[in-house]
Ligand binder design. Structure first.
Ligand code: GLA
Length: 389
């Protein structure tokens, strides 16, 4: 459901029985265009921040607590502000907010009593980073006028997720939510944590298609992939002791030694090393406005996730394989952590309507359920939003 900042103010006032005006912040979700599972291997990623976002309305309070209300779940949570530093996870949505508050405290930022109302239109479990949007919206709301370097905001969001929520994620999602820019993709180097904005050709639409599949396998398989990549690094160290992460392994070196790496870590490494290279290739193709070339990279990335990283599923493969048969579709691939969620498609604007009609019908015929389509325009990163009086 799209969000109008005025509505969240009203909801805030109704819910907290407050007549005070909260300040509203917004932090976007993201679609990753290429470079999947490369971030925690310190490689490259290439996301765009999107217009779908999480909104947080906040006002200071005098009751000593941090009180949270989620519009989407119609649930509340509260904790004494002075207990945040020692808080333990409760395994619910509030962990994303409290984890961030705890990280802010560790960074020396005092978290005083406050009321916070959150509402998001980033679909959950869809691979579009609803969690990072909630973390970063919470971070900028809790910070208020106090400032922290943007990179520090992204890093503390990531730490909240890996240490408090307990998913050992990379930096991509929080980074994109902080650094998003209108009309540009962000090429992030996850080793140096530097980025470059890359303008995208304006004669292609980026469309995310939600398979509506959410495999519970997701977080355990994510951990498993992280461990398998570490296993690959250890195997490669027998030949090149200086290698610290898969980022240190050029494709040419990998090809020389791959036969000595056991099957599973070998395939995981092949995906990571090749997909990180595909980020650089996609950025070059985007700059050259080479849409067919970009499309081919999308498909190569998908095959690599399907066969080598083994994080796709039937529904997603069907969406990709069907999409690339449709005239005017340059390429398609799964985006995000995997095992369901969304595909991202590069589509000629004149084919956009047929694309949706055809793919939606085919998906329904095959799986008996609909898919949701989202037009993804690169959007700005986290910011305070003006509320119309
Ligand atoms: C999730 C994680 C990211 C990244 C992607 C896969 O979204 O949060 O850090 O690893 O999966 O590319």
């Amino acid at each position: 459901m799209a969000i109008v900042p005025g509505e969240i103010v009203e909801l805030f006032q109704r819910h907290f029985r407050s007549s005070g005006d909260p300040v509203v912040y917004r932090a976007p979700g993201r679609v990753n265009l290429i470079g999947e599972h490369t971030d925690y291997n310190l490689g490259y990623v290439f996301p765009i921040a999107i217009e779908m976002a999480c909104y947080a309305a906040i006002a200071p309070a005098s009751h000593g607590k941090v009180r949270l209300y989620s519009r989407d779940l119609d649930e509340r949570y509260e904790i004494q502000a002075k207990e945040i530093a020692g808080a333990k996870p409760t395994h619910s949505w509030s962990d994303y907010v409290i984890g961030v508050a705890q990280e802010l405290t560790k960074a020396g930022i005092e978290i005083g009593p406050a009321d916070i109302c959150v509402a998001s239109d980033v679909p959950t479990g869809s691979g579009l980073s609803s969690s990072a949007a909630l973390e970063i919206a919470s971070a900028v709301a809790l910070l208020g006028p106090r400032s922290l370097p943007k990179l520090e905001i992204a890093r503390l969001g990531q730490r909240a997720e890996s240490q408090f929520v307990g998913v050992p994620c990379g930096i991509m999602d929080q980074y994109a939510s902080v650094f998003g820019r209108e009309n540009a993709a962000i090429q992030i180097d996850c080793r140096s944590l530097q980025h470059e904005y890359v303008p995208l050709p304006d004669d292609a639409s980026i469309v995310a298609v939600n398979s509506m599949v959410k495999h519970e396998l997701g977080s355990s398989a994510y951990r498993e992939r992280v461990a398998e990549c570490q296993e690959a690094v250890r195997a490669i160290q027998n030949f090149q002791p200086g290698v610290q992460s898969l980022r240190d392994v050029p494709l040419s070196l990998f090809q020389q030694i791959e036969e000595h790496i056991p099957d599973v870590p070998r395939r995981r490494a092949r995906h990571v090393i090749s997909d990180s290279q595909r980020v650089l290739d996609l950025a070059a193709a985007a700059r050259a406005r080479d849409l067919p070339g970009m499309g081919r990279l999308f498909v190569a990335s998908h095959r690599s996730m399907q066969d080598d990283y083994e994080i796709s599923c039937d529904e997603i493969d069907f969406l990709v394989d069907t999409a690339i048969q449709i005239p005017g579709v340059y390429g398609a691939r799964m985006t995000g952590g995997g095992f369901g969620g969304c595909t991202v498609n590069l589509v000629a604007p004149e084919a956009r309507e047929t694309f949706e009609r055809y793919l939606c019908t085919a998906y329904r015929e095959r799986y008996g359920k609909g898919a949701a389509f989202y037009d993804c325009k690169p959007a700005a990163g986290a910011q305070r939003v003006a509320v119309d009086p």
